[in-house]
Design a protein around this ligand. Structure first.
Ligand SMILES: Nc1nc2c(c(=O)[nH]1)N[C@H]1C(S)=C(S)[C@@H](COP(=O)(O)O)O[C@H]1N2
Ligand SMILES: [Mo]
Length: 368
């Protein structure tokens, strides 16, 4: 029987369609495609696979035009990977930041199948002078001055990958999601899947792959999805790339009532960028941290589910916190980091719950 208690997807914008996954519904490692968040900048292009083609152009020996059967005839590969929108968690900024006010559901884990980008690039023969690979979608539109910067007329959604990432084992041209053909909203017939990177790099509705000899500075690369980089002394603007290390609590939800002396399952997911997740810590008292149990499949680019059993010791208000640590030791921060331009919000957000003395009678759903 379908569970009618499931929280509904949250429509953040109807046109273009932007929908958030209700993160409190998290129960499984893979998020089904019809529940997976949707992030669109322009109206969804409805591509006909019979006439759709992928062009490989630019600094290559042979420009190519490939149809879907040609791509599907190439050696296939699978990548389990979490994709997080760089705007996930934007609602937690104070003061508020411009843009869609995503809570915790602009993230999901799925199994992506397709062809390694480097296999397609190898067929075209990449020039020795190439530095980046630009991924161009079929969707187009005008960004008006209400946004940070207006566009010079209609533009496509396009982002580049440095050549090294484009040639890696974690850059896929995906035609399937969770073993089903890609749905229209998730980029049918072909999208990029870029393990460890924020969602803006996962270009949907791919129609062109252009190999370039200079860094790409298109709108979505140089005007939006950027952050300040302090690594070079004087701050420079840099395109967003890898996801920041992050853990989120799905259960219990904010405002939940829990019972003194009865164990509560704190449950969530955690992920990181290229380095991969190493550890999740949980705090229920704002001072001490305990190690959570990591669950489910451990893959280089998929997220990890985790849980921690907590028994509220006394009545009162508690703030539940989780902290992820990646394999390099990078740790989820306590407070916002400056200069993120409204992106990559990964600081710890406490979940307030109240513990009360248990009444007699049936225990609540979230108590184990
Ligand atoms: N062509 C195209 N690709 C795109 C986008 C877009 O608007 N157009 N949005 C990007 C962003 S910002 C994110 S977070 C992911 C979201 O993918 P999803 O809608 O399948 O969840 O797609 C990326 N690829
Ligand atoms: Mo995004």
């Amino acid at each position: 029987m379908p569970n009618t208690d499931q929280p509904a997807p949250i429509v953040r914008q109807k046109s273009p369609l932007n929908v958030e996954y209700p993160f409190s519904a998290l129960s499984r490692w893979l998020i089904p495609a019809d529940q997976f968040y949707v992030r669109n900048h322009f109206p969804t292009p409805n591509l006909d696979e019979r006439i759709w083609r992928l062009a490989v152009t630019g600094a290559v020996r042979n420009e190519l035009t490939l149809d879907l059967p040609a791509l599907q005839a190439m050696p296939g590969t699978e990548l389990a990977a979490v994709m997080e929108c760089a705007g996930n968690g934007r609602v937690f900024y104070e003061p508020p930041k411009e843009g869609l006010q995503w809570q915790t559901g602009a993230v999901g884990n799925a199994l992506w199948s397709g062809v390694l980008l480097r296999e397609v690039l190898a067929r075209a023969g990449v020039s020795a002078k190439a530095v980046e690979v630009v991924l161009i979608g079929a969707d187009r539109g005008v960004i008006d001055a209400g946004k940070k910067t207006a566009s010079p007329g209609p533009i496509a959604f396009a982002r580049s990958l440095p050549l090294a990432k484009a040639m890696s084992d974690s850059a896929l041209l995906a035609y399937a999601m969770n073993d089903e053909p890609l749905g229209i909203e998730h980029g049918f017939p072909l999208r990029a899947a870029v393990g460890g990177w924020y969602g803006m790099a996962w270009v949907k509705w791919l129609v062109e792959i252009r190999v370039v000899e200079r860094p790409f500075t298109g709108y979505w690369q140089a005007r939006d999805y950027i952050r300040w980089d302090h690594g070079l002394g004087e701050p420079t603007l840099a395109p967003l790339t890898e996801m920041e290390v992050k853990a989120q609590i799905a259960q219990p939800v904010s405002g939940a009532i829990v019972h003194v002396g009865q164990p509560v399952r704190i449950f969530g997911a955690a992920w990181a960028g290229e380095a991969g997740l190493a550890q999740v810590l949980v705090s229920t008292d704002e001072r001490t941290w305990q190690e959570a149990r990591l669950l489910g499949p451990a893959t280089p680019f998929g997220w990890r589910l985790w849980d921690y059993a907590w028994t509220p010791p006394a009545p009162g208000h508690y703030g539940l916190r989780c902290r992820a640590i990646d394999a390099t030791g990078a740790t989820q921060p306590d407070a916002p980091q400056p200069d993120r331009e409204g992106y990559a919000a990964n600081w710890i957000i406490p979940i307030p719950v109240q513990a009360v003395v248990a009444p007699d009678g049936p225990v609540d759903d979230f108590v184990i």
